[in-house]
Design a binder for this molecule. Sequence first.
Ligand code: TXA
Ligand code: MG
Length: 315
Amino acid sequence: MKTKTTQSPTLAARYIANGEIVAFPTETVYGLGANIFNEDAIRKIFEAKGRPADNPLIAHIADLSQLKSVTSEIPPVAEQLIEAFFPGPLTLVLPKHKTVPAIATAGLNTIGVRMPGHPIAQQLLRACGVPLVAPSANLSGRPSPTTWQAVRDDLSGRIACILKGDQTKVGLESTVVDCTGDRPKILRAGGITLEQLRAVVPETELADSEDSSAPKSPGMKYRHYSPRAQVFISNFPQFTMPGGEAGYIGIDPPARPDAFQKVLLCKDIAEYAHSLFQFFRECDDLGIKTIYCQAVSEGGLGLALMDRIRRAAHE
Ligand code: TXA
Ligand code: MG
């Protein structure tokens, strides 16, 4: 299959209408979209990514009027979170509408829903006129793509179309919050922080990985976000020295920056989060074998950032 790259949301929407799958930018990472009501198109997403069939997809909606077509109920806490954070990098897990095919949610009776704020994602969703299910547009197990070139590197020849945009702003995926229980529960840390959520719903909690009664985010059990290089967490940059061909990313400089093949110093945690996945991919392209990532405190976006770094380091 030849993959068309385009800047036109209307052209991209035509591929969706024809039952094809299309990569598109959002404020978090690039997504790989299909018409949520087209089972055959959704199957193509799992095939193109090599994604396990038991990992559910997120529904992307243009506006609140589309919410009712994918969910059967909106609990009061969800209404509060929607009011505060839609559109934005937040996914709410809600009871699924029966017309959404089971393949979209891997057979679950819940569905993750998110309204992206990115203007190109919005234009695409409007042009499609239906919600799109979309995982991140990477091969399963690879770092999520934050540029259209990263999508092309992973999926060229496997998908019909890439809708181009700039490098994504947040650089990490959306926060996934389960709203089907007594209290909102964070299943995956992401672009909206625990502190932001608690400012609106103080009872919001982090899902306890030990708590077997909690519905988990099934995707979190898989190997994730991994560059080919081996990732190490650096707690003390001032003592971090490369062994062999190495890369370093962090806020503070390492012991001997010149001894690394590639160094990226970020001005704060937001810039670090924005750059991490792209840095992983650039190191792989250079054939770098080892990547050191500075550990940061887990407040704010630091929680999601450290989650992704730990997964990349297989901790
Ligand atoms: O920022 C994002 O969320 C990006 C952009 C494209 O929107 N999407 C994304 O999708 O990261 P994906 O498929 O790579 O990750 C979705 C995560 C997985 O961990 C999945 O298991 C979880 O959300 N998830 C989806 N539906 C769920 C449900 N009904 N219940 C629990 N977890 C769910
Ligand atoms: Mg993903």
